[in-house]
Design a protein around this ligand. Structure first.
Ligand code: VG1
Ligand code: CO
Length: 572
């Protein structure tokens, strides 16, 4: 067995290592600076209780983006030096974010380890490559992202760090070959276990869904299917699940070979970036982001908003998905997500929660058995089977619903389509017209000023309504305006400043937030929503229906004045 020594390397704090909505994301060249990754990893170890490090088991993998392979070797060497007992790595360093969560919940602990956690190496939907983004985030023993108490501690540690521990003489481990490599250090044995990236996840999916029912749907002559992984890590799972397990044609997989730079594209599954799929519509199309936790669902020339998607999954889960056959424990959405889910919760008499943006806020609810299905407007949907959002799970959920609705007419003839399912849902629950405007990479100072102005305005609703009516007399009154604040019902922790809200008398909402996932400048997100119960008015084009509210939002916030932008970068 190869022996290794532990070196203590002197270092100094590096500015700006504050984890955002989902980990630390920066340009690759920033991460490649001396000590940059090391400082963050050591600060994380130092933020955890000793039993989560010494003798613990750690999962280290990610979406395979550029710099992942180097980062994995560094983290292995630092883990060894910090007394970690074993590191688990998906083959070639690949594990989707949901698969990390699945592996942690399915297998960790079974090996007798006391503590465990994971470093997930991804910047999710941000582009990759030498000039693009890298990212790292830490997940806890329950398989979910570290809560704010931990991420705050990590950040504090990055501001005072003086040294880190590393086993510099530990040879690089071949992560392309499955198997265990063992080493000996000052405190005993240290193992690196490289395992198949997909098998735990595939097993979990098979225990949740009725694969036979989905297989029948996929083999129906009137059904066509297409899945676009945008060259992210979802490709490593799509072939195993859709082709090998469910019998889909190989030709139905687009961009399913994971690439370090995502083929030069932007691995963000929306109507702007997943163009190939939008161009040639099958009966059912779906796409994923870089780390496979997001999903976009499409019918034939029909886009399902993520807010509708989670509501429709919740409304149909008990009948269509075996995992939920005993009922739902509750449902939850992030604050900017539309209230479509709220209406389902009311109809079905389910517990309902509204949390701040970011999946980490759902974890406590799920651990406490209060929530089964949850989602975000940003193409994130999931359930308590793991503690991350899950892109392929969402596709399987939709396939299950389509299969269920068509269970008696799969041998030919007209199918109940994705569009039919959504329109039927609107007819029962009403429709939430919804859109999001993103202004990417605007000047950070200007973005801050715009937000400050909107907060200041909130203190005087009479003045707000005067301005609003001056812009459009046909919108309803603003009845409340605040900054969203959340008290976690499980641990009582409070998260402030989670988005600026303007709430209208007819249930419409305007929400303004600054993104916490960008790596440069600021991104302003504007969320616009309007509820329509009248069945004769639910079939309108959504941008047209929302026109008046959009106009109010842009003028009220003085968007162009502050940012110099006459149009958003992306509309979803
Ligand atoms: C965005 C989304 C948020 C999501 C987060 C991580 O955050 O709005 O809903 O949880 O990305 O998703 P922000 O702060 O940029 O708005 V992913 O797929 O990057 O893990
Ligand atoms: Co993602």
């Amino acid at each position: 067995m190869v022996m290794f020594k532990v070196s203590r390397v002197a270092t100094t704090p590096i500015d700006g290592q504050k984890p955002g909505t989902s980990g630390l994301r920066k340009k690759v060249k920033v991460f490649m600076q001396p000590h940059y990754l090391h400082n963050f990893v050591q600060s994380t170890f130092n933020a955890l209780s000793a039993d989560k490090v010494r003798g613990a088991t750690l999962v280290v993998s990610g979406d395979g983006r550029y710099y992942s392979k180097d980062a994995i070797q560094i983290i292995i060497k630092m883990s060894a030096a910090n007394g970690v007992r074993r590191v688990w790595v998906g083959q070639n360093g690949l594990l989707s974010t949901p698969a990390v969560s699945a592996v942690m919940r399915e297998r960790l602990g079974a090996d007798g380890s006391k503590g465990s956690g994971a470093f997930i190496l991804t910047a999710s939907h941000n582009p990759g490559g030498p000039h693009e983004d890298f990212g790292i985030k830490y997940n806890m023993e329950n398989g979910g992202p570290a809560p704010e108490v931990i991420t705050d501690k990590i950040y504090e540690n990055t501001k005072t760090i003086k040294e880190y521990l590393i086993a510099e003489d530990l040879p690089d481990v071949d992560i392309s070959a499955i198997g265990i490599t063992s080493f000996t250090g000052p405190e005993g044995q240290f193992d690196v276990d490289v395992f198949d990236s997909a098998s735990d996840y595939v097993k979990l999916m098979k225990s949740i869904f009725d694969f036979q029912a989905i297989q029948k749907l996929l083999s129906s002559p009137s059904f066509t299917f297409c899945y676009d992984a945008l060259h992210g890590v979802a490709g490593a799972y799509a072939k195993r699940i859709f082709v090998e397990e469910l019998g889909a044609q190989e030709s139905s997989l687009l961009n399913c070979v994971p690439k370090e730079d995502f083929g030069g594209g932007h691995p963000d599954p929306n109507l702007t970036y997943a163009k190939e799929l939008v161009g040639e519509p099958p009966e059912f199309g779906a796409a994923a982001d870089g780390d496979a936790d997001r999903n976009m669902i499409l019918g034939k020339r029909f886009f399902v908003t993520p807010s509708d998607s989670v509501a429709i999954i919740a409304a149909n889960a008990v009948k269509a998905i075996p995992y939920f056959s005993d009922g739902l424990k509750g449902v939850a959405r992030s604050m900017p997500t539309s209230a479509a889910l709220d209406v389902v919760a009311q109809h079905l008499n389910l517990k309902f929660f509204e949390v701040p943006t970011g999946w980490k806020f759902f974890g406590n609810l799920m651990d406490a058995g209060m929530c089964s299905v949850c989602g975000e407007e940003s193409f994130g949907t999931g359930s308590d089977h793991i503690r991350e959002k899950d892109g392929i799970w969402a596709v399987l959920a939709w396939l299950s619903i389509i299969a269920y609705k068509n269970k008696d007419n799969l041998s030919g003839g007209k199918l109940v389509t994705v569009e039919d399912i959504v329109r039927q849902h609107w007819a029962i629950y009403g429709r939430h017209y919804y859109t999001r405007y993103d202004y990417e990479n605007v000047d950070a100072g200007a973005a801050k000023d715009l937000m400050a102005c909107l907060v200041k305005l909130q203190s005087d609703l009479t003045e707000v309504n005067k301005i609003v009516k001056g812009i459009r007399s046909d919108v309803s009154n603003v009845v409340n305006a605040d900054e969203f604040e959340y008290k976690d019902p499980v641990d009582g922790s409070i998260s402030k400043h989670q988005g600026i809200r303007y709430l209208f008398g007819d249930g419409s909402r305007l929400v303004f937030r600054l993104s916490g996932t960008g790596s440069e400048g600021a991104t302003i997100r504007l969320y616009i929503e309007q509820y329509e119960k009248d069945p004769s008015k639910i079939g309108r084009d959504s941008q047209e229906a929302l026109g008046p509210l959009v106009e109010v939002a842009l003028k009220l916030s003085k968007m162009e004045e502050f940012t110099g932008r006459s149009a958003p970068t992306v509309i979803t």
